[in-house]
Design a protein around this ligand. Sequence first.
Ligand code: NAI
Length: 516
Amino acid sequence: MGGLAKDITVAVIGAGTMGAGIAQVAAAAGHPVLLLDAQKGAAGKGRAGIENALARLVEKGRMEAHERDDLIGRISIADDLKDLSRAGLVIEAIVEDLEIKRKVFAELEAILANDAIIASNTSSISITALAAGMEHPGRLVGMHFFNPPPLMALVEVVTGLATDTMVAKTVFDTAESWGKAPVYAKSTPGFIVNRIARSFSGEALRLLQEGAADPATLDAIMRDCGGFRMGPFELMDLIGLDVNLSVTKSIWNLYYNDPRYLPNVLQEEMVAAGRLGRKSRQGWYDYAEGAEKPKPKSEPTRPEPGEVRLIGDLGPAAPLIPLIEKSGLEFETRDDEESENLGGIYVGNGEGGGVIKFTDGTSATERAAVEEEDNLIHLDLCLDFAASPRVVLAPGDRTEPQAMAVAVGLFQKLGKEVTVIADVPGMVLMRTLAMIANEAAEAAYHGVATPKGIDTAMLKGVNYPKGPLAWADEISLPWILMVLEGLAGQYGEDRYRASALLRRKVFGGAHFHETT
Ligand code: NAI
């Protein structure tokens, strides 16, 4: 494996949340590390924090005491920028301010060897802008770690217009030799993860605004059906609503107010009220002593359907077929060559029935009218229908309650909790994933990163259950496009416009990852 030799000194400037963690990672890899902070005592505090973290690892038996001593022994505190002159790589993790960072880089250039690399951990400032005015702008590269650096594998290796290819490669190889998962990214607003992840909270806020469901229910859908570790509202509470809002606003501004990144007034109101999440003990949830977390909405028990017919192509809901087969329910399967409409699951009993169809990005009400289908019920996506403990349904405005009851009964018979949401276009997981995948496609189209790099970034930087492009391939790209077109038809072209690359893949009969 390439990268910097282990005897090369790595300097870390800024010993806060990120800098201390980065110093730990570099020292764990065997480098002598110099840690510097402008604030008196901060670097010592940073190192003490690392010692505490390592002490816990030793206690748990995950690290030997001598390894800890060696690691800590490799981290020295620097008192002055001039002390960093022997470093071969300097990683800057100071305050997120263009002018302050530029000033530090100018001072560094005056003391470092000509071939020393300067890397910035910035999460939102252009690497091109940071390098402008440097004597050797080719030596500046983004090395964007994720919080906490010792635990999160992703490192976005961000290249600006002037970044030397060999400099980026050295940093990439070095990150890899440190056990990280580096991914190249072109310097663009939000790089990969912070840009693509906007849709995760962005759609959630719109769904809340549209009355789809309450935050606890929306979160449960994203966890149970989507396989995400946290729901969007829980995540906003953890990150801080103010931080999330300011990242969203920054990316929205940097993309010239592109409606894809539009901030949401609901969040603005929460921030105005000081409801910032866990840190203020009140956000989307209440964190006061003894406060109980609200439960997601689930339907009461309904009788199982007497009649089940699987008609035509169920699309992304096809994995339900083996579950219905195993359930012991009597059912029929029929092709439906005469109809132009997509297929569905017809359910009924003595009192009535309806048809369950996988969401196409419109509302169930509109689709029922267009397809001349009484009692149409929309079904949301599941990452894995067999493993998901929950399924989500939405009735059209004219769907009768009896039809809804039998549809609920079907999924309860399959052992699922059933959540019924309001009739919002594209539903919850399908709509959010379509937006995330579309954003990933657009980033690939613009050469920000490769499809493989994008999927790795979302898996390793924010723990997505699947890379969004691989997930889109699996669902079927024509279906993703149909959902986006359905959404665009409901809300206007701007926000939900499909990426030209996605369209090309669909019309070329291709995938983002050709092996899938
Ligand atoms: P922080 O506020 O925890 O730490 C920054 C440290 O830099 C402070 O200890 C401060 O005293 C020191 N500092 C400020 N100006 C300095 C200077 N001129 N010279 C030396 N030290 C200086 O900030 P945090 O969260 O660690 O962020 C640092 C950088 O990492 C920022 O660019 C941020 O955008 C980026 N980042 C932050 C992430 C996070 O989750 N907090 C994630 C990824 C990147």
